[in-house]
Ligand binder design. Structure first.
Ligand SMILES: [Zn+2]
Length: 329
């Protein structure tokens, strides 16, 4: 059994990478939904263990961001707020593993590479080494410095992830932020990594036409009312400055499928009826990812906008959770 701990052999390996290796080992992400449509950690029907606390921590932040955006006439300020959960465009995120065999780690790495390579999404996950795949390593404070920390192997839960930069808040930095235990398929890895890039669920997008039967979902999936609400409620519909990928995409990799049509008030007639999990990214998924991480944006221009915004925003009334994210931008 390899739960969330390593065997000793992994721990004795020394990191040594050259620039060349780094390039080869990086998986270039190519997705881009915007903040508002993306999603929340999650729940995956019969595949998943659901971690409602991830939703609970991210959704209120999103609502707060929307409110701040509405009150901010300045474009740089709105940009600053709207990226609270997203990484910097062009950022290189360090990837590492907690648990899992080399083969299990390789599967996840290969999936990540399929997601990112060639997708024209301006963000990188650098796994630093393929042989062996790197362990996450705590610093002297007992915190992990890596941004993408994947719990893998038979002892790790599947599948969920913290939303974007929530995963590097201090309170979350002593553990994994992406949970991909057990036997996996590519689409499960992609869905969770897209959460880790800052995206919520498609069916929670403002304007999504789904009418869910929450009581029936509770019965079918064995979730309590809060869990269902945080994973199925639509997100704030009032924000004016989130760029969304167009419309509602029932085939999105970030949409839940229904294990029974009775989960929807309108059953099989619902525009949200989706009886099987999406196994590929749609053009809408890619559109969203590219909006969040455009190839045309650079870390330098992001930093300039953040600096301009910081000079004019007042974080005095902002909640501690959001404040931590904005101050660490
Ligand atoms: Zn999800």
């Amino acid at each position: 059994m390899l739960p969330n701990s390593f065997n000793l052999a992994y721990n004795t390996y020394a990191f040594k990478t050259t620039v060349g290796e780094r390039m080869r080992n990086s998986a270039f992400l190519a997705l881009g939904i915007t903040l508002a449509m993306v999603g929340i950690a999650d729940a995956h029907n019969e595949w998943g263990t659901f971690n409602p606390e991830f939703n609970d921590e991210a959704a209120p932040l999103l609502a707060e961001v929307a409110k701040l955006n509405d009150a901010a006439p300045d474009e740089d300020a709105r940009y600053f707020y709207s990226r609270a959960l997203l990484w910097k465009p062009g950022q290189t995120l360090k990837g590492c593993f907690i648990g899992g065999t080399p083969a299990e780690r390789k599967f996840i790495f290969d999936s990540a590479a399929k997601l990112l390579n060639g997708a024209r999404i301006n963000i990188i996950i650098d796994f630093q080494s393929l042989n062996p795949f790197p362990d996450c390593r705590k610093d002297a404070r007992g915190l992990y410095p890596e941004e993408i920390r994947i719990a893998a192997g038979t002892g790790a839960p599947c599948c969920s992830a913290h939303i974007g930069r929530n995963g590097v808040k201090k309170a979350n930095s002593d553990k994994a932020n992406v949970f991909l235990g057990g036997r996996l398929e590519d689409w499960q890895v992609w869905h969770e990594l897209i959460h880790a890039l800052g995206f919520f669920h498609e069916h929670q997008k403002p304007g999504a036409p789904c009418r869910f039967d929450y009581v029936e979902i509770q019965r079918l999936w064995g979730w309590d009312a809060t869990k269902v609400k945080t994973n199925f409620d639509r997100l704030n519909n009032d924000e004016r400055d989130f760029r969304l990928s167009g419309g509602f995409d029932v085939k999105s990799i970030m949409d839940y499928y229904q294990s029974s049509p009775t989960m929807l008030v309108d059953g099989t007639r619902s525009p949200c009826y989706n009886p099987a999990p999406a196994k590929t990214l749609t053009t809408t998924d890619l559109e969203g990812l590219r909006l969040a991480y455009p190839m045309s944006a650079s870390p330098a221009s992001h930093a300039e906008r953040v600096t301009r915004a910081r000079a004019i925003v007042d974080l005095a009334g902002v909640s501690p959770g959001l404040r931590e994210l904005l101050e660490s931008e």
